[in-house]
Design a protein around this ligand. Structure first.
Ligand code: FPP
Length: 256
């Protein structure tokens, strides 16, 4: 079992004790923004910002697993990220491959199930191979689902769902009027996951950046000013506590 971040730190323990375990977000999605700015502040190359970002991710995965969160979706590489300099794209891809190689055994021992959303075919072969191996090895695990959004874009996801539904209509398998919200959601990459309850974005930016456009219809959003490499389990706990203070009405009225 992973070391629990609050075990030896009294202030962290006090924070965690405030969490209502019966109302944990089942699914947390994170836009991990600010690696570049973190590096710039330290006059370091951007690659070291991303490297520090991976370390932050490791801690957040452990923390989610120990807190009992069901699904953690992280935006690791968007369809738009291909427009970054080739060198940076290569670094991000090799960080992903290294992360999976290095962490897989420990993730597996801790019952984490690795999944991905996005278009896998366009990723470098090495990355595809590591993803395949990680997903295959952990597919029976019953703990945290670590869902990596890679080469992911919300619009691309919606477009591909529309294409698949249109094919079914053209082949006479379904009628247009039979398409419901539930059927549509079943054609998204996230067909087997609940919608996120909480979306966290680091680095202050107030944007969705093409992330989970359909799925976040009623998601609570927490934006923090801290840069992703500085985000840690304590900050995650604060975001969960903030989430638990919200009054979620899903368009209805408060029952109290
Ligand atoms: C945004 O920072 C972050 C990304 C584009 C990628 C996030 C990737 C990681 C945390 C590491 C790699 C992931 C895995 C799964 C190994 P930015 O570069 O846009 O920061 P900036 O806005 O400050 O420039």
């Amino acid at each position: 079992m992973w070391h629990r971040f609050w075990d030896k730190k009294e202030p962290a323990k006090k924070l965690v004790e405030q969490i209502d375990k019966n109302r944990l977000p089942r699914h947390i999605a994170i836009i991990m923004d600010g690696n570049g700015r973190w590096a710039k502040k330290r006059a370091l190359p951007r690659s070291l910002g991303h490297k520090a970002g991976v370390e932050a991710l490791r801690d957040i995965v452990k923390a989610c697993s120990n807190l009992g969160v069901g699904v953690l979706t992280v935006y690791a590489f968007s369809t738009e990220n291909w427009s970054r300099p080739r060198e940076e794209v290569n670094i991000l891809m090799s960080l992903l491959t290294d992360y999976l190689r290095r962490e897989l055994d420990e993730l597996h021992e801790n019952q984490v199930r690795v999944q991905m959303i996005g278009n896998r075919d366009q990723l470098p072969l090495e990355a595809q191979k590591e993803l395949e191996r990680s997903m295959e090895k952990t597919k029976q695990n019953k703990g945290l689902i670590l869902n990596l959004a890679l080469n992911y874009g919300g619009r691309a996801e919606i477009t591909s769902a529309v294409q698949r539904l249109c094919e079914k209509v053209a082949q006479g398998q379904i009628k247009p009027e039979e398409i419901s919200e539930a059927m549509f959601a079943n054609h998204l990459f996230t067909f087997d996951l609940p919608d996120p309850d909480l979306l966290i974005r680091t680095s202050e930016e107030l944007r969705i950046s093409n992330f989970l456009l359909w799925q976040i219809a009623y998601t609570e959003i927490v934006v923090t000013d801290c840069l992703w490499p500085d985000f840690n389990p304590e900050r995650l706990t604060e975001a969960i506590l903030d989430f638990q203070k919200r009054d979620r009405r899903f368009g209805g009225l408060n029952k109290q």
